[in-house]
Design a protein around this ligand. Structure first.
Ligand SMILES: [Zn+2]
Length: 268
């Protein structure tokens, strides 16, 4: 019996020690604290994700394709003016030449396009170019197809005009035809962007002849994404030819285009 008492005493003593160490009330608060912290951590994670989502929306980069018109050597081989059309035009021409500067249009177009690219990138847009050198052979249909494949949010084609009448001046904005079966689906967005570029040009005192629908341009008819073409001015006019090669004017003109494009994306 003595052994039994000793055993019972030891068991009771151990029990008291264990209870004392485990401190169930403290542990309860600790667990509650942990659970509560766990919930808070969950909320933090959720909040972080939400903020990330919002930033993703805010930072969704629109993709703009710039097409500097023409190339060093034109390619007279024919291509269809529209998908499935039997009507054909030269794949691409070398463009006009400045009456004063003697600068070929394809050189001016790329010069200005690079300025535009930098301004748009500065605004946070992603920009791709159909060409970055002169020595290429990319037809107008191929340029449009490239923008389609990249799923560009807007295509800006950069050109300069030329006429027999050397007194004609001013920029023009060309857009795809509203009633063309090839481009009716991209007309609305193209037109919206053109209008905003027009507003931007007007408020910066750029001479603009207007916005013109064209259903005869291969580069428009093959396009599945909104597209505008800016004719910067007339290479056939002595002053305007020089003006378009002036870096200050070039920058101003490209800035007005970029501002118009930015206004367009604000409507999205
Ligand atoms: Zn041109």
């Amino acid at each position: 019996m003595k052994k039994y008492r000793v055993l019972v005493t030891i068991i009771i003593a151990m029990g008291i020690i264990l209870i004392g160490q485990s401190n169930p009330i403290n542990n309860f608060y600790k667990s509650a604290g942990l659970i509560s912290k766990g919930v808070n951590q969950g909320e933090e994670v959720k909040k972080d994700n939400k903020e990330k989502d919002n930033n993703d929306v805010k930072e969704k980069k629109y993709l703009i394709c710039i097409d500097p018109g023409h190339q060093s050597k034109g390619d007279p081989n024919p291509e269809s003016v529209a998908p499935g059309s039997s009507q054909k035009k030269a794949r691409v021409s070398s463009g006009a030449t400045g009456v004063s500067t003697k600068k070929p249009e394809y050189v001016l177009n790329l010069e200005a396009s690079i300025v535009l690219k930098h301004i748009l990138e500065g605004k946070g847009y992603e920009v791709i170019m159909t060409r970055e050198t002169h020595d290429v052979n990319i037809s107008n249909a191929e340029r449009a197809t490239l923008a389609n494949e990249k799923n560009a949010d807007m295509v800006v084609r950069i050109h300069a005009d030329s006429l027999d009448n050397s007194s004609k001046t001013g920029a023009s904005i060309l857009i795809p035809g509203k009633n063309s079966k090839y481009t009716s689906s991209i007309y609305e967005e193209s037109s919206k962007c053109a209008e905003l570029i027009k507003t931007s040009m007007k408020s910066n005192a750029i001479e603009l002849n207007g916005i013109f629908e064209r259903d005869d341009l291969t580069g428009f008819n093959w396009s599945k994404v909104p597209v505008v073409l800016v004719e910067m001015g007339f290479l056939s006019n002595y002053n305007e030819d020089q003006m378009m090669s002036n870096p200050e004017y070039q920058r101003k003109l490209m800035q007005t285009i970029a501002d118009g494009v930015e206004e367009y994306f604000k409507t999205k």
